[in-house]
Design a protein around this ligand. Structure first.
Ligand SMILES: NC(=O)c1ccc[n+]([C@@H]2O[C@H](COP(=O)([O-])OP(=O)(O)OC[C@H]3O[C@@H](n4cnc5c(N)ncnc54)[C@H](OP(=O)(O)O)[C@@H]3O)[C@@H](O)[C@H]2O)c1
Length: 260
């Protein structure tokens, strides 16, 4: 690949697809990963036509532990260490933890946490050896406090934020930058898949393309370890700094509790 290369996980829809489009428009060759090969192939074909970049499709279920070895093996086979890694693939669920299928909650941890750490763990040392690279780790506004009725999802995103901020500090001076991206409500397939569209209250929505524009703007400016996209989200994520923890979880519980 002659141009800078970006690897985007979860590029078959929503925020990941928007990252793929924006990075291709900036002249990056792409490696796009998700389960739905047909969606990735259609995206790849559009981006090749629009931007004359190379797009490589890898269809994998990243919640399967061995999939990261398969992905890293494919990258090694291509001789590629991405310049930009967008660790984006993820899903959520909605409802009281005790009533949700446990298998799906554990699969969420495998994808949102395990796969993200594993891919970071394989690619970060290669980037550090090269002396350059950017990791965009997709966290959430739910990273900042417990989220009753999305308990495991919120915990996975708290993990992503904590982990990413920590390694961002560790990477200072290495030439590699790590940025935790924290979107709020972004209309994508996420709402239908998680079921969170059944929650009683609505929050301000931000289009996926705007999330990506803000994230890439923060990446270009450098310096930040965390970017919360959207002004309303920047305000609400400050609440845990002023409210006691118990009050905070009560507020969120009121906002998320399913209707009877
Ligand atoms: N939408 C929001 O309101 C919001 C807010 C904050 C943070 N986020 C985060 O943003 C990220 C992207 O979500 P989105 O809103 O764009 O949702 P989305 O439209 O449902 O996209 C999720 C992407 O992840 C991929 N994916 C899901 N399971 C996978 C698996 N097992 N293996 C590989 N890929 C998998 C999906 O592709 P396949 O189905 O083809 O595999 C899809 O490309 C997630 O990490 C989410 O937690 C979303």
């Amino acid at each position: 690949m002659a141009r800078p290369c970006a690897l985007v996980t979860g590029a078959s829809s929503g925020i990941g697809e928007a990252f793929a489009r924006a990075l291709a428009a900036r002249g990056h060759d792409l490696i796009v990963v998700a389960r739905r090969r047909d969606r990735l192939e259609a995206l790849a074909s559009r981006l090749r036509d629009l931007h004359a970049v190379d797009v490589h499709v890898i269809a994998l279920d990243l919640s399967v532990a061995t999939s990261i070895d398969d992905l890293v093996g494919a990258l090694d086979g291509m001789g590629v260490v991405p310049d930009v890694l967008v660790n984006n693939a993820g899903f959520g669920s909605y409802g009281a933890f005790a009533e949700l299928p446990l298998d799906r909650e554990l699969c969420m941890i495998d994808l949102n946490v395990r796969a993200l750490v594993a891919l970071t763990g394989h690619l970060l040392p290669r980037m550090i050896r090269r002396g350059s690279g950017v990791l965009l780790q997709i966290a959430s506004t739910t990273s900042f406090q417990p989220v009753p009725y999305m308990a495991v999802y919120g915990a996975t995103k708290a993990f992503v934020l904590s982990f990413s901020e920590a390694i961002a500090r560790e990477c200072e001076g290495s030439g590699v930058r790590v940025l935790a991206v924290c979107p709020g409500h972004t209309p994508t397939e996420f709402q239908e898949i998680s079921g969170v569209n059944r929650r009683p209250t609505r929050t301000a929505a931000q289009p996926a393309a705007d999330v990506v524009r803000e994230a890439l703007g923060a990446m270009d400016r450098g310096g930040a370890h965390v970017v919360v996209t959207g002004m309303p989200n920047r305000m609400t994520t400050q609440l845990p700094r002023v409210l006691p923890r118990k009050a905070m979880s009560w507020v969120v519980s009121r906002a998320f509790r399913p209707r009877k």
